[in-house]
Write a protein that binds this ligand. Structure first.
Ligand SMILES: [Mn+2]
Length: 488
């Protein structure tokens, strides 16, 4: 007998419907199969679904049992009836253990990132040409599974395959209001014990970002229960902490209504979600899960937390420059013009805003930095902002040193542009970790500057090389780059 089962604790409609529908399919194909669970059925399996003709089977242990586990692949949490040595198949849409099962079961491990596991079962019916033999009541169960796991096909986990499977089930069920009725029934059970529903889904997390640590979430079909019970909702959250957010998802409208504990939390949320609070409620323009809001806040906090301002100077003209030679990682010598330029630059810049100077350790950059900043600012040398290593071509004619041909491919015995970018990313990370809030003057070369363009402006190397000021002859007395944590 093939025993289809799921997790040991709470079973949702996805696991319930998937197990029953798969057992039915195997029986259609002439195999002996049962859908069994000893877990607790959660509220997504509504009374009307439970009253349908197709239900879980009774289980009595037999020696020839083989196990198929659905909607879960984390072994520790399998239903207690499962004998690990007798598992023959896993079907799931949660990631994390897919490698292990693929290795153990090969193509009998079907673990794919879909909105609902039930989608895979519908696809099996279709593939094996049994869709026309699927009873309407089985289709109803599977439909509810997809609706619940994808929040009415509107959550960001929803895939095209979920939508396609849903359409096929819709044709079998042929009840226009099925989704609405399913979610209304779920809503009713929430309304019957609103406080319990709220307290069952409050997240309390100590992470240092702009959101309060208490965040509640309620999934409703329509907003009526929210507007009828605002005070009760607030009371439940107040009991968990003085700062909180309540994310109420309204499936019918496909958007959220968000409540906050106070004005400050509202202001933070308005900035984060680019919305407005009206009469203490923010309406979003689309459906957003709590985890998506938290992700956004984490990203924002990272961006805000550290920043370094760079004022970038390129070393003065060298003898090599005048002779059309690409110096690369050779030292290089400033020409008379280069010396003059560096001395003049000193008068064109605002020394007060610069905290200190970091220059490349190649001679032409060190000499330029000294001419511009000597006696005024502390100067540190750093090899990470050297010119690109042209390898065998260091000191060759500029006609044959072509950056655009070495974006990915290194110069012979040297670096590629992407190698320079890597070294600059490390350097920027070092700046953030050590000099948060500082303004630093850099004196360096062409390739490291192009790398900063790529890193801070999110452009490609092709674009950076094309837009280079050296080509457009638009020199400036210092270029400004803002380094923030989210860039790296
Ligand atoms: Mn599921």
């Amino acid at each position: 007998m093939k025993i289809i089962t799921s997790g040991r604790k709470n079973i949702d409609i996805d696991a319930y419907a998937g197990a029953i529908a798969y057992a039915y399919l195997l029986n259609l194909k002439g195999e002996n199969a049962k859908a069994v669970s000893t877990g607790n059925l959660n509220e997504s399996i509504t009374p009307s679904l439970l009253s349908l003709q197709y239900k879980l089977d009774e289980y009595s242990k037999a020696d020839d049992d083989k196990f198929i586990v659905v909607d879960i692949s984390y072994k520790e949490f399998f239903d207690k009836i499962v004998d690990d040595n007798k598992i023959i198949e896993i079907i799931d849409h949660h990631y994390g253990y897919e490698e292990y099962w693929k290795e153990r079961l090969g193509n009998r491990a079907i673990i794919e990132p879909l909105g609902a596991m039930a989608t895979i079962i519908v696809e099996m019916y279709e593939k094996e040409k049994y869709l026309n033999k699927m009873p309407k009541e089985i289709a109803k169960l599977l439909m509810a599974a997809i609706l619940d796991n994808t929040l009415n096909l509107k959550a960001d986990v929803t895939t095209n395959r979920d939508i396609e499977s849903y359409k096929k089930l819709y044709e079998i069920v042929d009840e226009e209001k099925f989704a609405q009725e399913y979610f209304m029934e779920c809503q009713k059970s929430i309304e019957n014990n609103l406080s319990e529903a709220i307290n069952n889904d409050i997240k309390i997390e100590d992470i240092d970002y702009s959101l309060p640590r208490v965040i509640g979430q309620l999934v409703l079909w329509d907003k009526t229960p929210l507007f009828n019970n605002i005070e009760l909702i607030k009371k439940n959250l107040d009991a968990k902490g003085n700062k909180w957010i309540m994310n109420v998802i309204c499936l019918k409208e496909g958007k959220n209504y968000i409540l906050a504990s106070d004005k400050n939390v509202e202001i933070n949320l308005e900035e984060l979600l680019e919305g407005k609070f009206n009469n203490s409620i923010m309406e979003t323009n689309r459906l957003m899960l709590r985890k998506e809001i938290m992700k956004k806040a984490m990203k924002q906090a990272k961006k805000k937390s550290k920043s370094v301002k760079i004022i970038y100077f390129v070393h003065g003209t060298t003898l090599d420059n005048e002779n059309h030679i690409s110096t690369g990682q050779n030292p290089g010598e400033l020409s008379e013009l280069g010396i003059k330029q560096s001395k003049e630059l000193r008068n064109k810049i605002n020394l007060n805003e610069i905290d200190f100077v970091i220059c490349s350790d190649l001679k032409r950059a060190v000499d330029s930095a000294n001419l511009i900043f000597e006696n005024d600012k502390k100067i540190i040398q750093d090899s990470r902002i050297r010119e690109c290593d042209y390898g065998s071509l260091n000191g060759s004619s500029s006609d044959i040193v072509l950056d655009e041909e070495h974006i990915d491919i290194p110069f012979p015995n040297g670096e590629s542009m992407k190698d320079v970018e890597k070294r600059l990313r490390n350097f920027c990370k070092f700046l953030l970790d050590n000099y948060d809030g500082k303004t630093i003057a850099l004196v360096a070369h062409k390739a490291p500057q192009l790398a900063l363009e790529v890193i801070t402006k999110n452009i490609s190397w092709d674009e950076a090389i094309k837009q280079d000021w050296r080509k457009t002859k638009s020199w400036k007395p210092g270029w400004i780059y803002e380094i923030t944590g989210d860039l790296l």
